[in-house]
Design a protein around this ligand. Structure first.
Ligand SMILES: C[S@@+](CC[C@H](N)C(=O)[O-])C[C@H]1O[C@@H](n2cnc3c(N)ncnc32)[C@H](O)[C@@H]1O
Length: 255
């Protein structure tokens, strides 16, 4: 089976994430801490393109050729003024070298959950630190693991249907997650199917991904161990509220 960030899935990625409300928050963060922004794991440009539209110089790095290709397709539809603000580079976050430093580096949408070993995450974070200006800021947002929900969905197939906004075709997304709670790992198998209006199967593909998840205390410690000073944190991307028992996300601001 293919990795999650390839083929048909890359087209589906934006449809699956259409309901997220994080883009405006990142544009606001860029207003406060920009203007020169680096996005780690910029994917299809879901956040990167609105940042460029808002006038920020934004560099995106990603390790997936197919996600980058999808981002280039989306960028090609933008005006020259927007395109000229965006740079996409194929690099791995654990060892990227851009030869420049940024005012703001962002790791949105659980990006850090791709580093399955703590050592890899620390290597990535140290590298991020080397790419920050002395006054620069690093912002990451991650979901807080919801253990009762994870226990409920463990090994249970979840099925969701979507309509393709351009072609009107029907997309069926089947996902099964298996948790290894001892090692904080989640194994996903995803099956995607696309049907026309009379239910003929047009395309199908299967993907796997392995991710990890973190708790707030753990990320605070790892940020410190990686050379960062945590100067602010909040329990929501949209509100400056504390991380507490009711929070579903953690947003860390470090320098
Ligand atoms: C969840 S997607 C997020 C994309 C985008 N930031 C967004 O919010 O829509 C994570 C992205 O990180 C990329 N990625 C995963 N591991 C990476 C690594 N080690 N180095 C660079 N990119 C990586 C994937 O290819 C994927 O495009």
């Amino acid at each position: 089976m293919q990795s999650m960030y390839s083929g048909f899935f890359t087209e589906f990625y934006d449809i699956l994430h259409a309901g997220l409300t994080d883009v405006d928050a990142y544009v606001e963060f860029a207003r406060k801490f920009g203007p020169d922004v680096l996005e780690l794991g910029s994917g299809t440009g879901r956040i990167l393109i609105p940042l460029a539209r808002a006038g920020f110089r934004v560099t995106g790095i990603d390790s997936s050729d197919d996600m980058i290709a999808r981002c280039q397709v989306r960028l090609a539809l933008e005006d020259e003024a927007v395109r000229s603000k965006a740079t996409i580079v194929r690099q791995d976050v654990t060892k990227f070298q851009l030869g420049k430093r940024f005012d703001l580096i962002i790791a949105p949408c659980n990006m850090l959950n791709h580093f399955l070993e703590p050592g890899l995450l620390i290597r990535a974070l140290r590298n991020v630190k080397r790419h920050l200006k002395p006054t620069g800021v690093f912002i990451l947002d991650n979901g807080i693991p919801d253990i009762p929900y994870m226990v409920d969905i463990n090994r249970v197939e979840r099925i969701a249907a979507f309509e393709h906004p351009l072609t009107g075709t029907k997309l069926i997304h089947r996902c099964t997650t298996t948790y290894d709670f001892a090692n904080q790992l989640e194994y996903n198998t995803v099956h995607l199917e696309e049907y026309d209006e009379v239910d003929n199967l047009l395309r199908e593909a299967a993907y796997t991904s392995t991710m990890t998840y973190y708790f707030p205390r753990e990320l605070r410690l790892i940020l410190e161990m990686s050379g960062f000073e945590l100067f602010h944190e909040q329990g929501s991307l949209h509100q400056d509220c504390p991380i507490d028992a009711g929070s579903t996300e953690m947003v860390f601001f470090a320098r």
